[in-house]
Design a protein around this ligand. Sequence first.
Ligand code: ATP
Ligand code: MG
Length: 402
Amino acid sequence: MKITNLAPEFIKAMPILQKIKAAGYEAYFVGGSVRDTLLHLPIHDVDIASSAYPAEIKDIFSHTIDTGIQHGTVTVMQGKEGYEITTFRTESGYQDFRRPDKVTFVRSLAEDLKRRDFTINALAMRHNGEIVDLFDGLTDLKRKIIRAVGDPNERFHEDALRMMRAVRFEAKLGFEIEEHTAQALLKHHVLLAKIAVERIHVEFVKMMMGHWRNNGLRSFLNAHLFENCPGFAQHGNDLATILQLAATPLTNEASVWTLVAVACHLNDRQTSKLLRQWKSSNDLINVVSAAVKFLDTWQSNTLTPWNYYQTGEAALNAALTIAKLYKPELDITQYQQRYFELPIHNRAEMSISGGDLIKNLDLQPGPQVGKLVNEIEQRVVNGIVPNDAAAIYTDVQQNLLN
Ligand code: ATP
Ligand code: MG
């Protein structure tokens, strides 16, 4: 098979392949870019694999960066663009179910493709668009199947992260995991516990953001992978309720975790704890717990402008996205409107500061001033006083001092 209409990303990288060839070595496009182009999906980065060893690549090109030279990866700079070229390699060892103990550079493309995870990821493309397909990846692409290259039991044993990659690709592509590969997933799910949580995190979020979230999530649950993820073991049934919701894709990570928290009936404190276990950034933890808090308040109380203000735009959007999954008829624009109509959206927008208060109202510096600023902030947000310095000074003198 030959691709005739190559995407511009490939065309731009073509001179690199040709230069490697001219020097007497082989070079191919490999991995996700080949798979995605065959599926008519947009491609992000093109990976190149070559029979040339890293030192040989560095001899061919004048501008290179040693990106991961011990694994065989050198980045070749072409103008501002960088291209990762990885030497054909085999891997062995895998004593910790994670990373190979040993990487060996080889001259054979077939050896390199053999170590790749799934048949659809083990396709290579020559500079002229010709596809090299040693494991029937093209058939699996057509049939929408995720199938391990070789024996799935061995492959998951070598690297347990591949189990998460399987469910992630299912969700990204709308594929199904082939039967033997699915059986191996179920059989080896406990090995996932050996993998660093940060790496599971990346795959889990990609799965949940996939266009076909439910394809991946169903396997993630059926294969018991969730049992080996932080804080999930007791929540299999809760997570399964997500399968019943509107299948609208999620476009950011905050929405993913807000959905998880809501499905698992977590409050904002429990949500923070879960996210810390998953080694999330503080930013993410703050946004998601604010979204969960907003949704809880919404359930039990009337929402005040102050609630919207404290939630902030990112958390509000995550909360509304998830609320709409549960209630598709919900019109979220009116809630967004209420946020945009707030008199201010953060403290920096207040027309007075603590320093202004001290100067103009002749106050003593100290914690009292901070308290006063808080009170003013609430009164401005709730519309009790306009965000105008003169009006605020009058309000303070009449209602807040003595
Ligand atoms: P994405 O679109 O997410 O980048 P991708 O298929 O390019 O998908 P990468 O993680 O970028 O995924 O990996 C590039 C290629 O390297 C894969 O297509 C696959 O051939 C190989 N690969 C990556 N991770 C593994 C792994 N854990 N085991 C075996 N092969 C892997
Ligand atoms: Mg990639």
